[in-house]
Ligand binder design. Structure first.
Ligand SMILES: NC(=O)c1ccc[n+]([C@@H]2O[C@H](COP(=O)([O-])OP(=O)(O)OC[C@H]3O[C@@H](n4cnc5c(N)ncnc54)[C@H](OP(=O)(O)O)[C@@H]3O)[C@@H](O)[C@H]2O)c1
Length: 328
């Protein structure tokens, strides 16, 4: 099969290799998926690039790509043959394994291949994995959100945009921040009720105005450190900050202000959230898809042999929307 891999970490153009690998065979409890579309995430480029100075190779050769969508074409022992031919989306393809979705075939545990509703295309499926599971966890860790007001920082982003879709599906009112017209369009398409340009507007004032001074119930946050003071100013007492990333804190963790407002802080990592959290996120994402309430906003697409360009585009931050890799 055609695949792209790396055998040392470093810049995309230096380490990504395009070539042929043996077709994989599914073992006990596994399925093989013929990948149609692979989704690129920042964690793929961070793994390849040696984020945080981690240049150690977890396996001698790694095929990147946690997310993707395609069709099951083989099943291993213990997996019903009725799954052959099933259209699926794939999550965490190379978590704890060497080979992900940047290849014509990927072999994964059967439950990492989730049935894609008939009406949903492979592009949307390839954009689900990391973004949908992460945003779901940020939104729902403290239970349902119907009738609540949620602030989504970075509402045009890879995780922020799905957070809007899922929050609207769940009956919340959504305020989203953006910084560019393309992000505004993506946040609007996802159903955000109020959109604030964080570069040209005063976010705290705009949120207070949009909530008649009441503030928001929960925040889905792309940068804990950068947005902390804003979040403290606009959260209701008892509110929740769920952050999936942070730049380094430049001042001490503000325990007293957080305590005074009884604010809960969740640090969310999709890869280590519980199996139960995964199951709940998959259940709700499927329901949201079936209700026609979820889209993957595609920002750019590349053929497999241009994966290095795709990684560079991901790291540049210039693309608004999902970066997809075509394999069919
Ligand atoms: N913990 C997890 O499980 C998890 C899961 C997925 C992603 N992540 C991490 O989260 C980060 C974002 O991932 P992503 O896929 O969403 O990336 P992305 O597609 O680049 O989106 C990030 C969005 O956040 C916006 N943004 C950046 N700083 C902001 C701030 N201080 N306030 C409000 N908005 C801000 C960006 O806007 P601008 O273009 O204006 O900067 C962009 O729209 C990455 O570091 C990624 O590795 C973590």
């Amino acid at each position: 099969m055609q695949a792209v891999w790396f055998e040392k970490k470093g810049p995309a153009r230096d380490v990504l290799v395009v070539g042929e690998m043996p077709d994989p065979t599914p073992a006990l409890g596994q399925v093989r998926v013929r990948v149609h579309v692979s989704g690129v995430n920042p964690s793929d480029t961070k793994t390849r690039g040696g984020f945080g100075g981690n240049l150690k190779m977890e396996f001698p050769r790694i095929v990147p790509g946690q997310d993707g969508a395609g069709v099951i074409d083989q099943v291993g022992p213990g997996v019903p043959e009725t799954r052959i031919g099933e259209r699926v989306w794939v999550y965490e393809a190379y978590r704890g394994r060497p080979f992900g979705t940047a290849a014509q075939f990927v072999v994964i545990p059967a439950h990492h291949a989730v049935k894609l509703p008939d009406a949903i295309d492979f592009d949307t499926g390839a954009g689900l994995g990391v973004p949908a599971l992460t945003s779901h966890r940020c939104l729902f860790t403290d239970g349902g959100i119907q009738g609540q007001t949620i602030l989504v920082h970075g509402g045009g982003g890879g995780v922020g945009n799905p957070a809007i879709y899922l929050a609207k599906w769940a009956g919340a009112r959504v305020i989203a921040t953006v910084s560019r017209p393309e992000q505004e369009a993506a946040a609007k398409a996802a159903g955000a009720d109020v959109i604030i340009n964080r570069k040209t507007q005063e976010v705290i004032e705009a949120v207070r105005a949009a909530t008649i001074g009441q503030g928001v119930d929960r925040v889905v946050d792309v940068d804990f450190a950068q947005n902390l003071q804003t979040n403290l100013a606009i959260l209701k007492t008892g509110g929740v900050i769920a952050s999936y990333f942070s730049s380094p804190l430049t001042s001490p963790f503000p325990f007293i202000p957080l305590m005074v407002q009884c604010i809960t802080v969740h640090c969310v990592l999709v890869y280590t959230m519980s199996q139960r959290a995964h199951r709940e996120a998959i259940r709700d994402t499927t329901a949201c898809l079936e209700a026609g309430r979820y889209r993957t906003h595609v920002g750019a697409r590349f053929p497999l042999h241009e994966l290095a360009q795709a990684h560079q585009a991901q790291d540049s931050g210039s693309v608004v929307g999902k970066i997809l890799i075509d394999l069919v």
